[in-house]
Design a protein around this ligand. Sequence first.
Ligand SMILES: Cc1cc2nc3c(=O)[nH]c(=O)nc-3n(C[C@H](O)[C@H](O)[C@H](O)COP(=O)(O)OP(=O)(O)OC[C@H]3O[C@@H](n4cnc5c(N)ncnc54)[C@H](O)[C@@H]3O)c2cc1C
Length: 391
Amino acid sequence: MRRVVIIGGGAIGSAIACFLSESTEAGEVFDITVVERDFAYTQASSALSASSIRQQFSSPINIAMSQHGIAFFRDIGERLRVGDDTPDIGLVEPGYLYLASDAGEAVLRENHALQKAHAVDVALLAPDELKARFPWLSTDGLVFGSLGLSGEGWYDGYSLLQAFRHKAVSQGVRYVQAHATGLRRDGRRLTGVVLDAGGVIEADVVVNAAGAWAAKVAGWAGIALSVHGRCRSVFSFSCPETLPGCPLLIDPSGFWLRPEGRQFICGFAPPADQDPDDAPLEVDHRAFEEMLWPAMAARVPAFEAIRMTGAWAGYYEMNVFDHNAILGLHPDCDNLYFANGFSGHGLQQCPAAGRGIAELIRFGGYRSLDLSPLSFARILENRPLLEKNVI
Ligand SMILES: Cc1cc2nc3c(=O)[nH]c(=O)nc-3n(C[C@H](O)[C@H](O)[C@H](O)COP(=O)(O)OP(=O)(O)OC[C@H]3O[C@@H](n4cnc5c(N)ncnc54)[C@H](O)[C@@H]3O)c2cc1C
């Protein structure tokens, strides 16, 4: 029986554990251990995420992964059922609304053509159509908006992580609360994962699912991984007015916002020169007062009267090479699988990535969805697969 050790028990590591522990006709059964240093997931991106899913990407592989993701999420109660327990992640699908000014028009039109070619249910709306649909929205400076009509929305990311974990455990996966501090290697193969408590877990296969900390794990095997933690602040706020039909809105000024229950959450992408690698996780409170609030109130006048109710910071595990996931083996090591660098869209991709890595380990190749465009080859050959729609 092959012994698989997965470093990191967030949504990605837990999804891989879940799919790999499924019983299949292929017959092979694995002995699977997930090493997770913090069972409370206090710094895990999966627990600090905006937990949304969209189809509006600029690359076909990301669209395909999200199409897979939404189908899985809609049916998650059955897919991750454990006995009578059918998990509910609270999926809602009000869409994403990308707003474009003159400057962003060409790119959004290009993305729209690609999305339509890949069966994404999306519509371009002129300012008067936007106003008719969303009377609370100011259309000043907009040339149009791109609205997802189905397959886009949000859910509870922490519940998603726990549903994968619960299912994996019910299928025999062991979760060990420990900090992995090294890898034992013999030639081209790893033979074990070293723990801070001093022990070693013997392994025939190791999976790097360490999120924003994945470069460290890769480094233990002598492999350079272009993944860094990029700190992102999220703010929650209340507003006396309701905004009927409010989707996840992305403004040309750089902010995003969406409803969260009876409140809203929002965030922004900092300018590249103010976005250091692996900075401490700290909320950028000044950004809310100085940038976010004024910009949001300009777009949604009802937001003049909001009250901030909370804030948190989490890491995007950013693949600084091309802002896309890195999946599979590296040519320098025969049994270390990577599932890293999701760059802010990993939660919606965890069903596709989890299934894909499980197939790679089980069969030596992808079966349900070909994820090879996300392999290391593009990095080693310097062929970036640029995703333009990173929020
Ligand atoms: C603010 C924010 C908003 C986001 N919004 C979205 C969104 O709307 N939609 C979307 O799809 N994605 C979104 N993301 C991205 C998404 O949350 C991540 O891509 C995804 O959660 C990554 O999952 P993961 O399991 O790889 O990482 P994590 O959840 O971070 O899990 C990695 C785990 O590895 C553990 N670990 C690390 N090193 C070690 C070690 N040495 N030993 C033991 N354990 C270790 C950590 O404790 C952690 O629990 C967002 C992220 C943030 C921060």
